[in-house]
Ligand binder design. Structure first.
Ligand code: FAD
Ligand code: NAG
Ligand code: NAG
Ligand code: NAG
Ligand code: NAG
Length: 610
């Protein structure tokens, strides 16, 4: 999730992003691969969120190579990718406009096809190209989905091991939870509630709550509570997404630094020479003997070589690149492959289909309360904030995302929907959340504080796709997000804006609001105007999924089975967000770590060698 998709906020605090950060090389020198042919038990393509997780677990009992296109984000991007506050304001590459800043050392610089139902916009879609992948750029919210979403997953793939209760051990396995430090948080109205049964004695991924609470967000939280979104005493890790909660984040609370798959799982494997990482290396093709995957063609700074797998190859290249790699290697829709003169290894029509990308809009007012960015932008208060951060891992710099709510639309708003939207929502389980509200705050271009609440769809009905422009993996994949191709998505967002206007009209929000609504603005009032606003302004929250969907053999969209094995070939799995069979409510990274743990365990137990 990102609270803001507004580049103005980024531009304003850009001056804060400080100098170089001394980063120790986290893995031993003899764990860095030397370009040249070599053989491992497992070869993992992509050292991102899922890739480093599954690689670290497999290296407990086997030899593993990881091929990663990027290097260390701490060196390549400095504090922006490390300091929690900067995850909201300093990650400049999240700019979705076509004039986004170019940072090829950490971002893939993908730009989509024009979104014909969203004003013809071509959007820049940031994706981490670094050890840690998108966990190095994300907003760090750690939110599991609802039990009913995992039940749908289990039903879609025909495997009961995907129910929430059966997945819980794999969620617990990764996470080292630190309870909130209420002294540091110093906000009586912001005590996080959570269910201790949802966590265990896991590791190595640190999850915690911010060591500082943004004052503006406490008022926005109260406003959401006052319109009926009560605090959920179980929080966002127990399979229930309804009401409101202070969100846990992947932050190391002792240092108040970003926790990514690199600082957790790669660190965990440091010193274990069964794990070898090939950084700054591009996987260009999966090699097959017949229909059995045998190796990967790799390019490191112009040197081309083959990493062979004696057991399996695991593709963890993310939502856009995993389907691309399958296609350039001969696994995908036959007509697409033949049109690019790629020899067909397996005709698999679902590869790259079923892309789901939830969209979001903001409702914002100027506010009288301060916020973290205001404290650190003020030369009078900044030095103390820096001291708090450096000496006590506390204060505004330690603070990332804050407060999230979920709900099913009220009957009043449901009655305003199109019949077709109501029918689509009625097919979802009765406890499925329909809209997510995120309380956020930022500085306007002139330095004034703004409060912003966003509405995000929880179930994406629109479908997009990923395909290839050539047989060369170095050519960017062709991405159509499919935004608003199903009218239900825009319809739900219009209702979401109406609900946020109710929140802004509440006493707690009115007590801090200065003047009229700024975004969308009072002149946007009829349903037609609201829908036009939504289509022109909605943006991603960087949760795209499902381009190599898990499913039952023969289903149109199905690319992998419930053990993540690619249909039609042998010794090849895909393990990352692309295999989620649906767009799950909540935030995806918790489930990305979980699914990597689960598949690693299946492999360890000897399951599923084809
Ligand atoms: C700006 C932003 C904010 C977000 N906020 C949140 C949030 O707050 N909470 C949340 O839960 N989720 C959030 N997400 C989403 C979450 O981070 C992703 O869903 C998750 O990280 C995806 O993991 P993955 O393993 O599928 O892919 P990635 O982590 O992206 O990993 C893919 C890896 O493969 C590498 N790769 C790709 N192709 C090749 C190739 N050919 N050769 C070699 N390497 C290759 C890439 O460099 C990358 O390291 C956010 C994402 C972004 C971008
Ligand atoms: C960022 O890194 C530099 C160099 O290590 C450091 O001096 C600076 O204080 C850091 N900024 C913050 C906000 O921590
Ligand atoms: C909580 O924060 C306070 C204030 O910084 C600190 O003194 C205390 O040690 C912290 N408690 C824990 C358990 O870390
Ligand atoms: C910033 O702009 C807004 C809207 O024009 C205005 O209300 C506010 O007073 C301005 N703030 C400053 C500090 O000038
Ligand atoms: C693939 O594209 C890259 C980047 O444009 C280029 O350097 C490389 O030569 C191409 N590979 C082939 C096999 O054409």
């Amino acid at each position: 999730m990102m609270i803001l998709s507004l580049s103005v906020a980024v531009a304003f605090v850009g001056a804060l992003v400080p100098c170089s950060l001394a980063v120790p090389l986290r893995i031993r020198a003899d764990q860095v691969g030397t370009p040249g042919d070599a053989t491992f038990d497992y070869v993992v393509i992509g050292g991102g969120t899922a890739g480093l997780t599954i690689a670290a677990r497999l290296s407990e009992f086997a030899s593993v190579a990881v091929i990663e296109a990027g290097g260390y984000y701490q060196t390549d991007y400095g504090n922006a990718s490390v300091v929690p506050l900067l995850s909201l304001t300093g990650i400049d590459v999240i700019d979705p406009s076509e004039t986004f800043p170019h940072r090829p050392e950490i971002d893939w610089e993908l730009v989509t096809q024009p979104q014909t139902n969203a004003g013809g916009r071509k959007v820049h879609y940031a994706q981490g190209k670094t050890l840690g992948g998108s966990s190095a750029l994300n907003t760090m919210s750690y939110v599991r989905s609802s039990a009913s979403a995992y039940q749908r997953w289990a039903d879609l793939v025909g495997d009961n091991s995907y129910t929430f209760d059966n997945l819980l051990p794999y969620f617990k396995k990764s996470v080292r939870l630190t309870p909130p430090n209420l002294t540091k948080r110093n906000a009586v109205n912001a005590t996080p509630e959570y269910d201790t049964n949802s966590f265990g004695a896991g590791s190595p991924l640190d999850v915690s709550w911010n060591n500082w609470v943004d004052p503006t967000i406490t008022w926005l939280a109260k406003s959401l509570q006052s319109i009926g979104l009560a605090i959920n005493p179980k929080g966002w890790s127990s399979g229930q997404l309804n009401g409101g909660s202070w969100v846990p984040s992947t932050i190391d609370p002792a240092h108040a630094t970003r926790e990514s798959s690199q600082t957790s799982f790669l660190d965990y494997a440091a010193g274990n020479t069964r794990l070898v990482v090939y950084p700054h290396s591009m996987a260009s093709k999966i090699l097959f003997k017949g229909t059995t995957a045998t190796g990967v063609s790799v390019n490191t700074a112009g040197t081309t070589y083959t990493l062979s797998a004696s057991k399996e190859i695991i593709v963890s290249a993310g939502v856009f690149h995993s389907p691309q790699l399958l296609m350039v290697s001969g696994v995908g829709p036959k007509a697409t492959l033949e049109s690019k003169s790629i020899a067909v290894v397996a005709d698999l029509p679902g590869v790259g289909q079923n892309l789901r990308d939830p969209v979001s809009v903001n409702v914002a007012h100027f506010v009288s309360t301060t916020n973290a960015q205001g404290v650190v932008a003020n030369p009078v208060t900044q030095p103390e904030a820096l001291r708090q951060y450096q000496e006590d891992a506390a204060g505004p710099y330690s603070s990332a995302a804050g407060y999230i709510s979920y709900e099913r639309l009220t009957n009043e708003l449901r009655s305003t929907l199109l019949d077709t939207t109501r029918a689509a929502l009625a097919k979802l389980p009765s406890d499925s959340p329909e809209v997510q509200f995120i309380a956020g705050t930022f500085l306007w271009t002139n330095g004034s504080a703004m409060g912003s609440m966003s509405a995000t769809i929880c179930n994406t009905f629109s479908r997009g796709s990923v395909t290839i422009s050539s047989s060369n993996a170095s050519d960017a994949p062709v991405i159509d997000l499919g935004w608003f191709s199903d009218p239900a998505d825009g319809d739900v967002l219009v209702a979401g804006i109406k609900r946020l206007r109710q929140a802004w009209a509440s006493d707690p929000a009115q007590s801090i609001s200065l003047g009229a609504e700024v975004i969308p603005g009072d002149s946007v009032s009829t349903d037609e105007q609201l829908l036009a606003f939504v289509k022109a302004n909605a943006n991603m929250i960087w949760h795209p999924s499902s381009t190599c969907s898990m499913g039952k053999q023969g289903d149109a969209d199905a690319v992998v089975d419930s053990q993540a094995r690619v249909f039609g070939v042998q010794r090849l799995r895909v393990v990352d967000i692309s295999i989620f069979p649906l767009s799950i409510p909540g935030h995806p990274q918790a489930s990305v770590y979980m699914v990597a743990e689960k598949i690693a365990d299946i492999i360890k137990k000897g399951g599923g060698v084809q």
